[in-house]
Design a protein around this ligand. Structure first.
Ligand code: BTN
Length: 250
């Protein structure tokens, strides 16, 4: 049981499931999900990634779980704040375990150096103009060592050379998420915004990006409350990009 106030007090552990996000959605639809419920699976048969991709993970080696939150006071137009809170919390937890620099790759990935260690898939449910639930799916590579044909991927084991206990990692992650979520509830988004920006991959670095309108060279300068990424080009112009409009170039 994590040392938290409410996140993860109700943990549903499954051996096999299609997707923990789907399972959590059904709990919400049946009004069976308490705020802070966590669904964790040993193996997902149809794990979902961003942009319709599949999320595959070696059974029993990694963490694949979903957290249900009920962020009542967040306006749907500001829903991206949940991504900011969760990614910053994961980043800070990982920094406490490994010596390398950990970054948030906008919008929903966590990187160690230039390798992905964790993916986040947030599925929100709104009722009219009210936020009903955020289903926050997290896939964190923990003890997996072999990622065939995936060169830009890593795990906690590969970075720390230590095999970690999945339950302890989950508890620590949930603790970190709760710390940042409670801070946001007490003090608002400004209390996490600067720290979030400081942890962004390539922030303030002149880099090339692929966009729907062709390649640009510029610096990441901000992430707006809408979730759009703001880039200042080398010519000094500001552009905002939606999630599907921009790709990083490594
Ligand atoms: C990505 O990087 O593409 C996002 C990956 C999200 C994977 C997690 S694993 C637990 C949860 N259940 C799912 O089906 N997907 C998310």
């Amino acid at each position: 049981m994590p040392e938290t106030l409410y996140i993860g007090k109700n943990i549903i552990e499954l051996d096999v499931v299609d997707s923990t996000n789907n399972y959590a959605s059904k709990l919400v639809a049946n009004q069976e999900a308490l705020d802070g419920t966590v669904v964790v699976a040993h193996f997902q048969g149809e794990g979902k990634g961003q942009r319709g991709n599949v999320w595959s993970s070696e059974p029993g080696k990694n963490l694949t779980f979903s957290l249900v939150l009920n962020p009542k006071r967040v306006a749907p137009s500001e829903a991206f704040v949940i991504s900011k809170i969760v990614s910053l919390a994961i980043c800070k937890y990982l920094e406490s375990v490994i010596d390398e620099d950990v970054f948030i790759k906008w919008p929903n990935d966590i990187y160690v150096g230039e390798k992905k260690i964790c993916g986040i898939l947030i599925e929100n449910q709104f009722k009219g103009n009210n936020f009903e639930y955020a289903i926050i799916g997290i896939g964190l590579n923990v003890n997996q060592t072999n990622f065939q044909n995936l060169p830009r991927v890593t795990s906690l084991f590969l970075e720390s050379k230590k095999e970690l206990d999945l339950k302890s990692v989950l508890n620590e992650l949930l603790k970190s998420i709760e710390i940042f979520y409670l801070r946001f509830q007490r003090e608002g988004v400004s209390s996490i915004h600067e720290e979030y920006l400081a942890n962004l991959l390539f922030v303030d670095e002149m880099r090339r990006y692929k966009t729907s309108q062709g390649d640009i060279t510029g610096k990441i300068v901000n992430v707006l409350s809408s979730g759009q990424l703001e880039i200042k080009t080398k010519e000094g112009q500001l552009f905002n990009f939606d999630i599907k409009e921009l790709e990083f170039v490594f």
